[in-house]
Each structure stands twice: as structure tokens, then as C-alpha cells.
Ligand binder design. Structure first.
Ligand SMILES: Nc1ncnc2c1ncn2[C@@H]1O[C@H](COP(=O)(O)OP(=O)(O)OP(=O)(O)O)[C@@H](O)[C@H]1O
Ligand code: SF4
Ligand SMILES: [Mg+2]
Length: 332
């Protein structure tokens, strides 16, 4: 671990044009990611958590240049990757790899496992063939697959084994940053633990930096150094792991945390369940105040008028709520 951020995201915004009835020729936009900023230090893991539709995947895809950003800067080791083209972009793709949620749909069913793992080496590097085979063999061993499984097709593996193939493929180009988008959500609980342990072991072994996306705080509790909580395209709270679990300041974070039975009691100050009523607002027609106001148990008149800024209340703790100040006291 070090203090140098490997990844520095500044004011990142991603918007999609969407069709809506009404006014002729009027364009409507859905701001899936709305002006978010965060850093991930080299060798560390930042978890991004939030409910479905909060913008986690879109933010991750924009960081990896797999979806176009509308605005912002994504600095990887001192280079703004949103500005890269040609060979520089190819080099960036080598350095940033993705592990997807569903290992089955992200693997080509007609490719043998060893070819799946080799594919990024072929498309992104000029590694000689003999060396490629040595890398693939080595990766198979490192992710816990047997040599004879190299010739099998994806459907011949279990879900957990398929995710091991996905991990080996992501590692093949010796990336620095790995983006894991819900990597264990499709797996049984027992298999989840194995894959999370594997990811942690590989991180230590190769000095990897992870951006780890999950809707489940229980999954990230043993996996991350810090956590950013997203709601409706915004980061509403961002803290180191212990601060977030011990002293959740945003009412939304507190509610998310109280809903996770597997979170260590020692890491969870409040054990009473906090329910959040109602549905999130229409993402194409957001309220002008706090986006959480219609569901927040402590909302005040000001909350509906004015959007709270994400402000720093402790060295490693940022929060967007009118009712939280430097005293870092929960409003609940
Ligand atoms: N290509 C697209 N076109 C239009 N809207 C999109 C597109 N991709 C995502 N969205 C919208 O952007 C918002 C954020 O979606 P995103 O998939 O990033 O959320 P998420 O936090 O990853 O959710 P989940 O937990 O379900 O994976 C949602 O309102 C979604 O409908
Ligand atoms: S700003 Fe107001 S509505 Fe938003 S989370 Fe804080 S108290 Fe609740
Ligand atoms: Mg997603």
C-alpha cells in the first residue's frame, strides 16, 4: 500500500439521451453519473455500493472507457485516460481490466478456457506465442484451476470456476487496476467466500488496485479499504471502511447497513433496522434539493430546496447531508 493515488477521478459525469413523450424535438437526459470525484490508492480497494440504478456500473464503465463520459477527468498514474487514442488507448486497456458479474455471459461459449484467458494477450500485447502459453499455464495455477481444464469450454465449468477463468483473463495483461463489477453476486454464498479470498490473495501477490462494485455491504466488509456510497448518480458518503461501518453519517448509508444481517456486530454501531420507505425519484426528472429527501426519515424543508454538497467532515470522511457538520454526528 502507498499514499499515491493510482486512480483519480474528478467531476465525472455520464449522461444518456432518453426518449420521453411531450415537447417536439426536446432532448431529455438521464444523468447516470453526476459529477463524482474519488481516488483509489495504489494496492488498495475502493468499494462502490448502492441500490440498483444508482450508477455504479456506469461509473465503472466510464473509468475503463467502455462507455463515453460526458465530462470529467480519469487520471491513471498521471495520465488522463479520457483523452487517449490509438496505441495509447490500447496500452491503457492493458493496464485496466474488468471482471464482470455473470461469468457465463461474459465468456465466449465457443472458446476453450485457455483461449479465453489468452485473448487479451493477443489483442492488447505483442507477447510471443511461447511466452503466452507460459503466462496462461501460470495463471491457471494461480487462480486454482487444474492444467487439464485448459481445453474445456465454459459450459463445462461451475459458476465459481467460470469466475476463476474470468479472473485469470483479467490478470493476463498484468493490469494495475482491476474493476470488479458485482463479481460474486451470481454465486452461492460458500463460493462467494472462495472467490473473495482468491481476489484478496491475488491483490497481495500482484500489488493490484481494485475498484469493487457491489450492492451488498456485507460482501465488501472484508474486501475494501474505503467505501463510496452512491445514490441516484451521486456519491452521498465516502469514508474509510471502519468509519463507514462504525459511524455511518448519511441516513441512506445507515439504512443500507442496518439491512445487512451478515455485517459484523462489532463493525455496526446501530443494530436496529432502519427502513427506507418509497421509491427513488425519476432519474430523468430529479428534484432540485436532496435526491434522498422523499425517503429520508429526518428530511427538513431545506432538504427539498437545496442540494447538499459532498463535504469533508473528517480526514477520511466525506458526506452530502445538510444535517451533518464537522462534529460528524449522525442525524438519525
Ligand atoms: N445505455 C443506457 N441508456 C440509458 N440509460 C442507461 C444506460 N445504462 C444505464 N442507464 C441508466 O443509468 C442509471 C444507472 O444505471 P447503472 O447500471 O449504472 O446502475 P447500477 O448501480 O450499476 O445498478 P445495478 O445494481 O442494477 O447494476 C439507471 O437509471 C439506468 O437505467
Ligand atoms: S440532506 Fe436532508 S433529505 Fe438529504 S439525507 Fe440529509 S437530512 Fe435527509
Ligand atoms: Mg450494475
Amino acid at each position: 500500500m502507498s499514499d499515491t493515488p493510482l486512480l483519480k477521478v474528478e467531476d465525472l459525469t455520464v449522461r444518456f439521451a432518453v426518449k420521453r413523450g411531450g415537447g417536439f424535438g426536446q432532448k431529455h437526459y438521464l444523468y447516470a453519473v453526476d459529477n463524482i470525484s474519488f481516488e483509489v490508492k495504489k494496492g488498495e480497494t475502493l468499494a462502490i455500493v448502492g441500490e440498483s440504478g444508482s450508477g455504479k456500473t456506469t461509473a465503472a464503465l466510464a473509468v475503463a472507457r467502455l462507455v463515453a463520459a460526458y465530462q470529467g477527468r480519469v487520471d491513471l498514474g498521471g495520465q488522463d485516460i479520457l483523452q487517449l487514442a490509438g496505441e495509447d488507448l490500447r496500452q491503457m486497456r492493458r493496464r485496466v481490466q474488468f471482471i464482470f458479474q455473470d461469468p457465463y455471459s461474459s465468456l465466449n461459449p465457443r472458446q476453450r478456457a485457455e483461449d479465453v484467458v489468452r485473448e487479451p494477450l493477443l489483442s492488447l500485447t505483442k507477447t510471443p506465442a511461447a511466452e503466452q502459453q507460459a503466462i496462461v499455464d501460470d495463471l491457471f495455477a494461480h487462480v486454482g484451476l487444474r492444467p487439464e481444464q485448459k481445453r474445456l469450454f465454459p459450459h463445462q465449468f461451475s459458476g465459481g470456476q467460470r469466475q476463476r477463468i474470468g479472473i485469470a483473463r483479467a490478470l493476463s495483461t498484468q493490469p494495475e487496476l482491476i474493476i470488479c463489477d458485482e463479481p460474486v453476486s451470481a454465486l452461492d454464498v460458500a463460493v462467494q467466500a472462495q472467490i473473495l479470498n482468491l481476489l484478496r490473495r491475488l491483490q497481495a501477490e500482484y500489488g493490484l488496485t481494485y475498484l469493487f462494485i457491489s450492492h451488498d455491504l456485507g460482501v465488501v466488509q472484508h474486501m475494501c479499504d474505503s467505501i463510496a456510497v452512491m445514490y441516484m448518480g451521486k456519491i452521498v458518503e465516502h469514508a474509510d471502511r471502519l468509519s463507514l461501518f462504525n459511524n455511518p453519517l448519511h441516513p441512506y448509508t445507515a439504512a443500507l447497513l442496518s439491512a445487512v444481517p451478515t455485517v459484523d456486530k462489532t463493525l455496526r454501531q446501530k443494530s436496529r433496522r432502519i427502513l427506507i420507505p418509497g421509491d427513488p425519484p425519476d432519474p430523468v426528472n430529479l428534484p432540485k434539493g436532496c435526491r434522498f429527501a422523499n425517503r429520508c426519515p429526518v428530511a427538513q424543508a431545506r432538504c427539498r430546496e437545496e442540494a447538499p454538497e459532498l463535504k469533508q467532515v473528517a480526514e477520511e470522511h466525506r458526506i452530502a447531508c445538510h444535517l451533518v457538520d464537522e462534529s460528524a454526528q449522525s442525524p438519525l
